[in-house]
Design a protein around this ligand. Sequence first.
Ligand SMILES: C[S@@+](CC[C@H](N)C(=O)[O-])C[C@H]1O[C@@H](n2cnc3c(N)ncnc32)[C@H](O)[C@@H]1O
Length: 363
Amino acid sequence: MKHLLLYCRPGFEKEAAAEIQDRAGQFGCPGFARTKDDSGFVIYECFQPDDADLMARKLLFRELIFARQMVVVYAEVKDLPLDDRITPLLAAAEGMELCGDIRVETPDTNDGKELSRFCRKFTVPMRQALRGKGLLTRNESHTKPVLHLFFMANNHAILGYSYTFNNSPFHMGIPRLRFPADAPSRSSLKLEEAFHVFIPRYEWDMRLTSGLRAVDLGAAPGGWTYQLVSRGMMVTAIDNGPMAQTLMDTGQVKHYREDGFTWRPARKNTYWLVCDMVEKPARVVATMAAWLVDEDCQEAMFNLKLPMKKRYGEAVHNLQQLKDKLAELGGFEVQAKQLYHDREEITVHVYRPHKVAKLQPKE
Ligand SMILES: C[S@@+](CC[C@H](N)C(=O)[O-])C[C@H]1O[C@@H](n2cnc3c(N)ncnc32)[C@H](O)[C@@H]1O
């Protein structure tokens, strides 16, 4: 029986489980989500043998909010001898379809971090051994599935695979980003990660490029504004607090000490609306939806802070409210993810694919 393995932020196993339980049910793949608090993953045990593979191909990964990665479990191997883990892992991989790449990973926990050095070192010999057995293509292939070896302890691993057209392209489902030394706040990485996760790289020169105008609500001290400015955009920053002088010195930022929930631009020339105001999700959703429906911006990226309890239910409820409000104008696509840099929150991205299709790349 194949199962699905979902990576998530430690502490959010219940949310990831509730979500996969819901989505698999709607999808017609009954099963049961198994969780352990703070483990950083969830296993969805399918009642039908082919359902895990079906979900890995057809249940859109980008629509899952709390899953960082979605892997079909092929085998779970316990009691691996520490002097030779490769032989039993190769035996377990027998019969698996040809994969094009390997990722040796761990849960995103403190125990997992202790294994990460071993995982890095283990990747090369394991890759060679899999190639020797014909289980991995000679050269990396992006059209074949990715083989995942998910180590929960140094002698215990799950062997599985994900499909490149429906997975996270990042190791452990986490884009590796370096904090820019001159960014005014660590939250800067949240917006940068959102760009990596939500905007395809080949569209960056149309959607994240100089010449575009952006509005940043709740901008101070400027971590998000920094991301927009460093991509050449002109930014209107709304916040009662002060913006970093380094950003003001670029000449690309106008700062207004106004209320982000009521301020609106005089002209309809804003491409990006970003918002990091700490407020009730319903209020943020209402504001974002109003901007989008009034066409005061073309794309929006914002956070929804989750409450302490019923986090999954609240996330789903607020996203549905947003979709209902956007239906007034139509043609919107809403994506939401709990990113690596999100703690008690999720990041939401809204855009209109047919409008993006009309954008011209910058010369
Ligand atoms: C989490 S911080 C934003 C951090 C910012 N994104 C960064 O990267 O530096 C939230 C900001 O929202 C601002 N804020 C909260 N309510 C606001 C409102 N009604 N209007 C404008 N700004 C607001 C706060 O002053 C605070 O600076």
